[in-house]
Design a binder for this molecule. Structure first.
Ligand code: GDD
Length: 269
Protein backbone atom coordinates (compact mmCIF):
# COMPACT_ATOMS: atom_id res chain seq x y z
CA UNK A 1 0.00 0.00 0.00
CA UNK A 2 1.38 3.40 -0.91
CA UNK A 3 1.82 6.00 1.80
CA UNK A 4 -0.78 8.77 1.77
CA UNK A 5 0.05 12.43 1.86
CA UNK A 6 -2.51 14.45 3.78
CA UNK A 7 -3.90 17.17 1.53
CA UNK A 8 -1.43 19.97 0.98
CA UNK A 9 -4.11 22.63 0.84
CA UNK A 10 -4.55 23.38 4.51
CA UNK A 11 -6.90 26.25 3.70
CA UNK A 12 -9.57 23.73 2.79
CA UNK A 13 -11.86 23.10 5.76
CA UNK A 14 -11.62 19.33 5.37
CA UNK A 15 -7.98 19.16 4.35
CA UNK A 16 -7.03 17.02 7.34
CA UNK A 17 -10.11 14.85 7.26
CA UNK A 18 -9.85 11.15 6.48
CA UNK A 19 -12.99 9.26 5.52
CA UNK A 20 -12.59 5.55 6.25
CA UNK A 21 -14.80 3.25 4.17
CA UNK A 22 -14.79 -0.46 5.09
CA UNK A 23 -15.74 -2.72 2.20
CA UNK A 24 -16.80 -6.28 1.74
CA UNK A 25 -18.25 -7.03 -1.70
CA UNK A 26 -18.99 -3.42 -2.61
CA UNK A 27 -17.49 -3.34 -6.13
CA UNK A 28 -20.67 -1.83 -7.60
CA UNK A 29 -20.90 0.83 -4.88
CA UNK A 30 -17.41 2.02 -4.01
CA UNK A 31 -16.75 4.13 -7.12
CA UNK A 32 -20.03 5.99 -6.81
CA UNK A 33 -19.64 6.80 -3.11
CA UNK A 34 -16.09 8.13 -3.55
CA UNK A 35 -17.19 10.19 -6.56
CA UNK A 36 -20.08 11.69 -4.57
CA UNK A 37 -17.76 12.41 -1.66
CA UNK A 38 -15.25 14.24 -3.82
CA UNK A 39 -18.01 16.16 -5.59
CA UNK A 40 -19.24 17.33 -2.18
CA UNK A 41 -15.88 17.87 -0.45
CA UNK A 42 -13.03 17.77 -2.99
CA UNK A 43 -10.17 17.97 -0.48
CA UNK A 44 -11.21 15.00 1.60
CA UNK A 45 -8.94 11.99 1.71
CA UNK A 46 -10.36 8.48 1.64
CA UNK A 47 -9.07 5.19 3.00
CA UNK A 48 -10.86 2.11 1.69
CA UNK A 49 -10.35 -0.88 4.01
CA UNK A 50 -11.14 -4.01 2.04
CA UNK A 51 -11.24 -7.47 3.62
CA UNK A 52 -10.28 -9.48 0.54
CA UNK A 53 -13.73 -9.13 -1.07
CA UNK A 54 -14.35 -12.06 -3.43
CA UNK A 55 -16.10 -9.73 -5.91
CA UNK A 56 -12.86 -7.82 -6.59
CA UNK A 57 -13.71 -4.63 -4.67
CA UNK A 58 -10.06 -4.32 -3.56
CA UNK A 59 -8.62 -4.43 -7.08
CA UNK A 60 -11.26 -1.99 -8.30
CA UNK A 61 -10.44 0.36 -5.40
CA UNK A 62 -6.77 0.23 -6.44
CA UNK A 63 -7.82 1.37 -9.91
CA UNK A 64 -9.78 4.26 -8.41
CA UNK A 65 -6.76 5.27 -6.33
CA UNK A 66 -4.42 5.11 -9.33
CA UNK A 67 -6.80 7.16 -11.50
CA UNK A 68 -6.96 9.84 -8.80
CA UNK A 69 -3.18 10.35 -8.70
CA UNK A 70 -1.28 12.78 -10.91
CA UNK A 71 0.92 11.58 -13.83
CA UNK A 72 3.93 11.32 -11.46
CA UNK A 73 1.94 9.13 -9.08
CA UNK A 74 1.56 11.76 -6.35
CA UNK A 75 -1.28 13.91 -5.06
CA UNK A 76 -3.90 11.18 -4.80
CA UNK A 77 -6.75 11.46 -2.36
CA UNK A 78 -7.60 7.75 -2.24
CA UNK A 79 -5.67 4.97 -0.49
CA UNK A 80 -6.54 1.31 -0.16
CA UNK A 81 -5.76 -1.04 2.70
CA UNK A 82 -5.96 -4.70 1.75
CA UNK A 83 -6.70 -7.15 4.54
CA UNK A 84 -6.62 -10.84 3.84
CA UNK A 85 -9.86 -12.03 5.39
CA UNK A 86 -13.29 -10.85 6.47
CA UNK A 87 -12.70 -9.88 10.04
CA UNK A 88 -15.66 -7.70 10.88
CA UNK A 89 -16.46 -4.02 10.71
CA UNK A 90 -14.77 -3.21 14.04
CA UNK A 91 -11.37 -4.65 13.13
CA UNK A 92 -11.47 -2.89 9.75
CA UNK A 93 -12.18 0.48 11.37
CA UNK A 94 -9.51 0.05 14.04
CA UNK A 95 -6.90 -0.70 11.35
CA UNK A 96 -8.12 2.38 9.46
CA UNK A 97 -7.98 4.62 12.55
CA UNK A 98 -4.39 3.56 13.29
CA UNK A 99 -3.42 4.26 9.69
CA UNK A 100 -5.00 7.71 9.80
CA UNK A 101 -3.57 8.65 13.21
CA UNK A 102 -0.07 7.66 12.06
CA UNK A 103 -0.41 10.03 9.12
CA UNK A 104 -1.58 13.03 11.12
CA UNK A 105 -5.23 13.34 10.15
CA UNK A 106 -7.15 15.46 12.63
CA UNK A 107 -10.68 14.22 11.97
CA UNK A 108 -11.46 10.58 11.20
CA UNK A 109 -14.83 9.77 9.67
CA UNK A 110 -16.68 6.45 9.43
CA UNK A 111 -18.85 5.97 6.34
CA UNK A 112 -20.51 2.94 4.74
CA UNK A 113 -19.69 2.13 1.11
CA UNK A 114 -23.22 1.39 -0.01
CA UNK A 115 -24.63 4.92 -0.25
CA UNK A 116 -26.72 4.77 2.94
CA UNK A 117 -24.67 7.63 4.31
CA UNK A 118 -24.94 10.69 2.08
CA UNK A 119 -21.52 12.28 1.47
CA UNK A 120 -23.46 15.49 0.75
CA UNK A 121 -24.31 15.61 4.48
CA UNK A 122 -20.77 15.13 5.75
CA UNK A 123 -20.31 18.88 6.12
CA UNK A 124 -23.01 18.81 8.85
CA UNK A 125 -20.88 16.44 10.93
CA UNK A 126 -17.67 18.38 10.28
CA UNK A 127 -19.30 21.67 11.25
CA UNK A 128 -20.16 20.24 14.69
CA UNK A 129 -16.60 18.98 15.08
CA UNK A 130 -15.39 22.48 14.19
CA UNK A 131 -17.81 23.83 16.80
CA UNK A 132 -16.07 21.73 19.47
CA UNK A 133 -17.70 18.29 19.65
CA UNK A 134 -15.25 15.40 20.13
CA UNK A 135 -17.48 12.86 18.42
CA UNK A 136 -20.37 13.69 16.11
CA UNK A 137 -22.93 11.02 15.27
CA UNK A 138 -24.98 11.20 12.10
CA UNK A 139 -28.34 10.45 13.65
CA UNK A 140 -31.42 8.88 12.11
CA UNK A 141 -33.46 9.33 15.26
CA UNK A 142 -33.13 12.98 16.27
CA UNK A 143 -35.70 15.45 14.90
CA UNK A 144 -34.95 15.97 11.21
CA UNK A 145 -33.27 12.57 10.83
CA UNK A 146 -34.92 10.00 8.55
CA UNK A 147 -34.65 6.47 7.24
CA UNK A 148 -35.59 5.82 3.61
CA UNK A 149 -36.52 2.44 2.13
CA UNK A 150 -35.38 0.26 5.00
CA UNK A 151 -37.44 -2.92 5.39
CA UNK A 152 -39.67 -2.53 8.44
CA UNK A 153 -37.91 -5.31 10.36
CA UNK A 154 -34.50 -3.56 10.00
CA UNK A 155 -35.93 -0.29 11.27
CA UNK A 156 -37.60 -2.04 14.20
CA UNK A 157 -34.32 -3.79 15.04
CA UNK A 158 -32.35 -0.56 14.79
CA UNK A 159 -34.81 1.54 16.80
CA UNK A 160 -35.17 -1.27 19.36
CA UNK A 161 -31.38 -1.60 19.62
CA UNK A 162 -31.08 2.11 20.29
CA UNK A 163 -33.82 2.15 22.92
CA UNK A 164 -32.26 -0.87 24.63
CA UNK A 165 -28.78 0.68 24.55
CA UNK A 166 -30.11 3.94 26.01
CA UNK A 167 -31.82 2.11 28.87
CA UNK A 168 -29.04 -0.41 29.56
CA UNK A 169 -26.20 2.11 29.45
CA UNK A 170 -28.11 5.11 30.79
CA UNK A 171 -26.96 7.38 27.98
CA UNK A 172 -28.88 10.13 26.27
CA UNK A 173 -27.88 9.35 22.69
CA UNK A 174 -30.57 8.70 20.10
CA UNK A 175 -28.53 6.80 17.47
CA UNK A 176 -25.65 5.03 19.17
CA UNK A 177 -25.71 2.13 16.68
CA UNK A 178 -25.32 4.24 13.54
CA UNK A 179 -22.18 4.08 11.47
CA UNK A 180 -21.86 7.62 10.06
CA UNK A 181 -19.68 9.57 12.48
CA UNK A 182 -16.71 11.90 12.86
CA UNK A 183 -14.07 11.60 15.59
CA UNK A 184 -11.56 14.19 16.60
CA UNK A 185 -8.18 12.50 16.58
CA UNK A 186 -7.53 13.04 20.30
CA UNK A 187 -10.50 10.81 21.15
CA UNK A 188 -8.98 7.90 19.26
CA UNK A 189 -5.54 8.63 20.70
CA UNK A 190 -6.96 8.58 24.22
CA UNK A 191 -9.06 5.43 23.98
CA UNK A 192 -7.30 2.07 24.20
CA UNK A 193 -8.08 0.75 20.72
CA UNK A 194 -6.32 -2.53 21.59
CA UNK A 195 -8.98 -3.20 24.21
CA UNK A 196 -11.85 -3.10 21.70
CA UNK A 197 -12.86 -6.62 20.77
CA UNK A 198 -16.26 -5.97 19.20
CA UNK A 199 -16.40 -7.36 15.69
CA UNK A 200 -19.80 -6.51 14.23
CA UNK A 201 -21.94 -3.39 14.37
CA UNK A 202 -21.74 -3.56 18.17
CA UNK A 203 -18.39 -1.89 17.58
CA UNK A 204 -20.30 1.34 17.01
CA UNK A 205 -21.94 1.17 20.45
CA UNK A 206 -18.65 0.08 22.02
CA UNK A 207 -16.68 3.05 20.73
CA UNK A 208 -19.38 5.62 21.48
CA UNK A 209 -19.80 4.18 25.00
CA UNK A 210 -16.06 4.37 25.65
CA UNK A 211 -16.02 7.93 24.27
CA UNK A 212 -18.81 8.97 26.64
CA UNK A 213 -17.24 7.23 29.62
CA UNK A 214 -13.95 9.00 28.96
CA UNK A 215 -15.83 12.30 29.34
CA UNK A 216 -15.68 13.49 25.74
CA UNK A 217 -18.52 15.49 24.23
CA UNK A 218 -20.78 13.64 21.83
CA UNK A 219 -23.06 15.54 19.46
CA UNK A 220 -25.73 14.30 17.06
CA UNK A 221 -26.79 15.82 13.75
CA UNK A 222 -29.81 14.65 11.76
CA UNK A 223 -29.06 12.60 8.65
CA UNK A 224 -31.05 10.84 5.98
CA UNK A 225 -30.13 7.15 5.92
CA UNK A 226 -31.09 5.52 2.61
CA UNK A 227 -31.16 1.76 2.18
CA UNK A 228 -28.64 0.49 -0.35
CA UNK A 229 -29.88 -0.13 -3.91
CA UNK A 230 -27.07 -2.51 -4.89
CA UNK A 231 -25.53 -5.44 -3.01
CA UNK A 232 -26.44 -6.92 0.34
CA UNK A 233 -26.23 -5.94 3.98
CA UNK A 234 -23.74 -7.98 6.02
CA UNK A 235 -26.02 -7.94 9.06
CA UNK A 236 -26.37 -11.40 10.65
CA UNK A 237 -27.78 -13.15 13.70
CA UNK A 238 -24.29 -13.29 15.23
CA UNK A 239 -23.99 -9.52 14.92
CA UNK A 240 -27.29 -9.00 16.77
CA UNK A 241 -26.33 -11.54 19.44
CA UNK A 242 -22.93 -9.95 20.04
CA UNK A 243 -24.55 -6.53 20.45
CA UNK A 244 -27.25 -7.75 22.82
CA UNK A 245 -24.85 -9.63 25.07
CA UNK A 246 -22.22 -6.92 25.21
CA UNK A 247 -24.59 -3.99 25.77
CA UNK A 248 -26.27 -5.93 28.60
CA UNK A 249 -22.88 -6.70 30.16
CA UNK A 250 -21.63 -3.11 29.92
CA UNK A 251 -24.88 -1.88 31.48
CA UNK A 252 -24.59 -4.28 34.41
CA UNK A 253 -20.89 -3.45 34.91
CA UNK A 254 -21.61 0.25 34.85
CA UNK A 255 -24.41 -0.03 37.43
CA UNK A 256 -22.28 -2.25 39.67
CA UNK A 257 -19.39 0.17 39.59
CA UNK A 258 -21.71 3.11 40.37
CA UNK A 259 -23.21 1.07 43.23
CA UNK A 260 -19.74 0.26 44.61
CA UNK A 261 -18.71 3.91 44.46
CA UNK A 262 -21.90 4.93 46.28
CA UNK A 263 -21.32 2.30 48.96
CA UNK A 264 -17.70 3.33 49.42
CA UNK A 265 -18.79 6.96 49.83
CA UNK A 266 -21.45 6.11 52.40
CA UNK A 267 -19.09 3.82 54.36
CA UNK A 268 -16.46 6.56 54.33
CA UNK A 269 -18.78 9.01 56.05
N1 GDD B 1 -13.82 -4.46 5.61
C1 GDD B 1 -15.01 -4.91 6.03
N2 GDD B 1 -16.12 -4.20 5.76
C2 GDD B 1 -17.31 -4.67 6.21
C3 GDD B 1 -17.44 -5.86 6.94
N3 GDD B 1 -18.77 -6.03 7.25
C4 GDD B 1 -19.42 -4.99 6.70
N4 GDD B 1 -18.56 -4.16 6.06
C5 GDD B 1 -18.83 -2.90 5.37
O1 GDD B 1 -19.42 -2.04 6.33
C6 GDD B 1 -20.39 -1.21 5.72
C7 GDD B 1 -21.76 -1.40 6.42
O2 GDD B 1 -22.19 -2.74 6.23
P1 GDD B 1 -23.70 -3.09 5.82
O3 GDD B 1 -23.85 -4.55 5.98
O4 GDD B 1 -24.08 -2.45 4.56
O5 GDD B 1 -24.48 -2.36 6.99
P2 GDD B 1 -26.04 -2.14 7.14
O6 GDD B 1 -26.73 -3.43 7.23
O7 GDD B 1 -26.53 -1.14 6.16
O8 GDD B 1 -25.96 -1.53 8.59
C8 GDD B 1 -26.22 -0.21 8.98
O9 GDD B 1 -26.68 -0.32 10.28
C9 GDD B 1 -25.73 -0.72 11.25
C10 GDD B 1 -26.43 -0.84 12.57
O10 GDD B 1 -27.14 0.34 12.84
C11 GDD B 1 -24.62 0.30 11.32
O11 GDD B 1 -23.72 -0.04 12.33
C12 GDD B 1 -23.98 0.34 9.98
O12 GDD B 1 -22.95 1.31 9.96
C13 GDD B 1 -25.04 0.71 8.95
O13 GDD B 1 -25.47 2.04 9.22
C14 GDD B 1 -20.39 -1.57 4.23
O14 GDD B 1 -19.54 -0.68 3.56
C15 GDD B 1 -19.83 -2.99 4.23
O15 GDD B 1 -19.21 -3.36 3.01
C16 GDD B 1 -16.25 -6.61 7.22
O16 GDD B 1 -16.25 -7.66 7.86
N5 GDD B 1 -15.08 -6.07 6.76
Amino acid sequence: MAAATPAGDTSAPSARTLVIIPTYNERENIGRIVERLHAALPHTHVLIVDDGSPDGTGAFADELAAADRGPDGSGGRIEVMHRTEKNGLGAAYIAGFRWGLDRGYTVLVEMDADGSHAPEQLHLLLEQVDAGADLVLGSRYVPGGTVVNWPWHREVLSRGGNIYSRLALGVNVQDITGGYRAYRRHVLETLDLDAIASHGYCFQVDLAWRTLQAGFTVGEVPITFTEREIGESKMSGNIVQEALLKVTLWGVESRLSKGRALLARSLGR
